[in-house]
Design a protein around this ligand. Sequence first.
Ligand code: SF4
Length: 231
Amino acid sequence: MPRKPAKKTEDVPAAASSGRAARRAELEAVADDVRARAAACSDLDALRAAVAGCTACSLCETRTQTVFVDGDGSSGVMFVGEAPGYNEDVQGVPFVGRAGQLLTDIITKGMGLAREHVAICNVLKCRPPENRDPTPAEKTTCTPWLDRQIELYDPRVIVPLGRHAACHVLRVDAPMGRLRGQVHELGGRKIVATYHPAYLLRSPGQKKECWKDIQLAMEVLGLEPPRGRSS
Ligand code: SF4
């Protein structure tokens, strides 16, 4: 039998690159499908139901349930974390446990708002196993759900919590120190990034920096600090 010609070395990168392009195209097709399904949801109840049935990425195989949102967003502020953790996956509610309690304190004691009147969600709606970081592909696939949530809630200010969420929402790759401490404008929306409450539990000395960010968000909302909480 004639031997197959050996693969030329210059073919290898070309093949790898066309494989990457094919995977990219496949991923974009899945994300487009999610975007179309999200766009078809005319209200948050419909969107919640659509997210609950989502099987667009492999995280659907390991989740207990999707984690959509907490709060009605009527105060005009939306907090966005990265992804649900163990407790969130079990309860179906974002930001529970110790970090969630700290976020609740920021909202109630710091901002003088009720937790049920803000919107709290994550970039990803399903928990990555072992709380690993979400992959870029998972974020690309799931982002249309968040985008539609933002459209339907129409918040006056978005507060990404932690570097991963801040980079994702602001569409940049930068350290937290360059992202927080200012009001960003993107697509007609105001965004104030701050530290993730889990980080603040590990580094309580940064709470005063977080409070400065929260005050910026409150300025956007036209809120005064609660009595006795001016600095
Ligand atoms: S993480 Fe997002 S895209 Fe993946 S299955 Fe869950 S809802 Fe769907």
